[in-house]
Design a protein around this ligand. Sequence first.
Ligand code: IPE
Ligand code: IPE
Ligand code: MG
Length: 247
Amino acid sequence: MSLIEEIDINRLPKHVAVIMDGNGRWAKKRNLCRSQGHVEGVNTVRKITEIASEIGISYLTLYAFSTENWNRPKEEVDALMNLIVIAIERETPDLIKNNVSLSMIGDTNRMPDFARERLQKCIQDTSHCTGLKLILALSYSSRWEIVNAIKKIAINAVNNNIDINSIDESSVDAMLTTNNIPDPDLLIRTGGDVRVSNFLLWQIAYSELYFTHKFWPDFSKDDFCEAIIDFQSRERRFGKTSEQIII
Ligand code: IPE
Ligand code: IPE
Ligand code: MG
């Protein structure tokens, strides 16, 4: 029996978020340059998008480039921006075929024009698709996002558009880049490190976390299914007792 058949389709995580880590170490282990690892990582993006769509996941958010990643050597940043464009150009027809719509979160104004514009074109070209919603986090960091949300709320308060006492969790949610997206049910990180590296800090308050030592280029469709199966074995209590959940 293949792993996909072990997944209970009635208990799927609605939103899976992934910290795709380990491209550089995958390449180093093979005496390749880091960019080769990123090239291989793009193939994994295609495979994981395919399987997420096949399983019936509604939202897949992939952390592709963090705010802090701008501090990497210029050659690596340039190679990554070029790679994103090549990959988007190559994959758009298959995204449409598989009914996958693309969107982005992050400070994309920092990206070179050619990359942002190509991504925007793909977002437009897939906007009619009604299946999996693929969200790329690019030039994204959670603290950047939260600071922006605070600024927007402060402006509304200063202009008397809102009463400070009415600010609640949903007012903050509404100001985040993820405002129309449910919180991740499952967060996967590949590459062996057990940290969240400034990713969706507000949104993962009650996400199930799944860490694997596999480097992102080695992460397979079966590995993704295994993470979903593991998720389905967990009891999500949201602060309640086990007995309350079972009732
Ligand atoms: C993840 O792989 C991809 C990006 C952050 C762009 P890394 O490039 O971080 O790979 P490692 O962690 O150095 O192996
Ligand atoms: C996290 O990976 C960011 C992405 C996967 C895009 P990093 O490689 O940048 O994270 P750290 O530096 O190891 O925490
Ligand atoms: Mg890394």
